[in-house]
Ligand binder design. Structure first.
Ligand SMILES: NC(=O)c1ccc[n+]([C@@H]2O[C@H](COP(=O)([O-])OP(=O)(O)OC[C@H]3O[C@@H](n4cnc5c(N)ncnc54)[C@H](OP(=O)(O)O)[C@@H]3O)[C@@H](O)[C@H]2O)c1
Length: 286
């Protein structure tokens, strides 16, 4: 089996790699080096966000990579403090400047709070103007995504959610599938929580394939049609996390991993008032 990164087609026909590199919690000073390494070892999708305060590092690494812009798929996200028709439009222009590019491949609304309708209209306008090639949401549960899709012209093309073996978001999938909205996982390793990297089920399956826990966890999501964006600052782990297309999990192995699902977040409950307040007050990693 080959190890090339497969792509999938979004609802508007845009092709998106199914595996990319995430830069959350990467220091702005270190981002250029990390993204440069990631591009060198073969990643072609980079996931950043306004609130990570490292869009400049991504832009610099892409510009210096020598790789054609149309071979790289850049994802960014609008933060809550920039929601509202005018503020979101201005924030997209700012992201374009920081990323040193004429277009962003996929722009997401980062959270389902504040003036998300105004923000979505600005994304729709940016899409029509060619500033973004595709638009979507993140952390939108079924209630939010169904509502947004039903009351606007463009249906979100991607929903980036916490999705890993311990929180598989099975209830959300039928709603996304019906909308033609692609699932994208954040935190594919749950950032190591719940003893992720020493989980016995994942370890045993890994041994059977000569693969690591990380590779088994990513492969599980991939076989479920989920786009993944693992983060690592270490180049050897970046390479390890890419090498998931030369093996396949059997139906029995998939079922064993499905049984690890707790149906609960390992981070926060987006439907709790205290969490909403926390997000609305957050001003990012700068
Ligand atoms: N939309 C959202 O609200 C949202 C929220 C969170 C994340 N995200 C996106 O999703 C991306 C991935 O999620 P994440 O960064 O939160 O967490 P993650 O990818 O689940 O986990 C990253 C952690 O795993 C370690 N790691 C990576 N590869 C490893 C390997 N092969 N073996 C052992 N340890 C390994 C990393 O350490 P080292 O770096 O030291 O290698 C880091 O501590 C983010 O970077 C971001 O782009 C989006």
């Amino acid at each position: 089996m080959e190890n090339a990164i497969p792509t999938l087609k979004l609802a508007n026909g845009v092709e998106m790699p199914m595996l990319g590199y995430g830069v959350y919690q990467i220091d702005p000073q270190e981002t250029e080096r990390c993204v440069g390494d990631a591009l060198r070892v073969g990643y072609r999708l980079i996931d950043t966000a306004q609130v990570y305060c490292n869009e400049e590092g991504v832009g610099a690494a892409v510009a210096k990579s020598g790789i054609r812009r149309d071979e790289i798929f850049i994802v960014s996200k609008v933060w809550l403090s920039r929601y509202g028709e005018t503020k979101t439009a201005d924030s997209i222009d700012e992201s374009l400047r920081k990323l040193q590019t004429d277009y962003i491949d996929l722009m997401l609304l980062h959270q389902p709070f504040c003036d998300r309708y105004g923000a979505w209209r600005a994304l729709e306008a940016a899409y029509r103007a060619g500033k973004v090639r595709a638009i979507g949401v993140s952390n939108f549960f079924a209630d939010h995504v169904v509502d947004l899709a039903a009351n606007n012209e463009i249906v979100p093309m991607v929903d980036q959610m916490e999705m890993h073996v311990f929180d598989q978001k099975r209830g959300l999938r039928p709603f996304l599938d019906e909308l033609g909205c692609r699932p994208m996982s954040w935190g594919p390793f749950a950032e190591g929580r719940n003893n992720f990297f020493s989980n016995p089920v994942l370890s045993e399956i890994g041994v059977a394939h000569g693969k690591s826990v990380a590779q088994v966890a990513l492969r599980f999501l991939h076989q479920n049609g989920i786009i993944v964006i693992p983060k690592s600052t270490h180049v050897e782990r970046m390479q390890e996390n890419l090498a998931i297309f030369d093996f396949a999990l059997s139906p029995t192995e998939m079922a064993a991993i499905e049984a690890l699902d707790t149906g609960k977040s390992l981070f926060f409950d987006h439907h709790e008032g205290a969490v909403t307040k926390q997000f609305m007050e957050w001003r990012g990693l700068c």
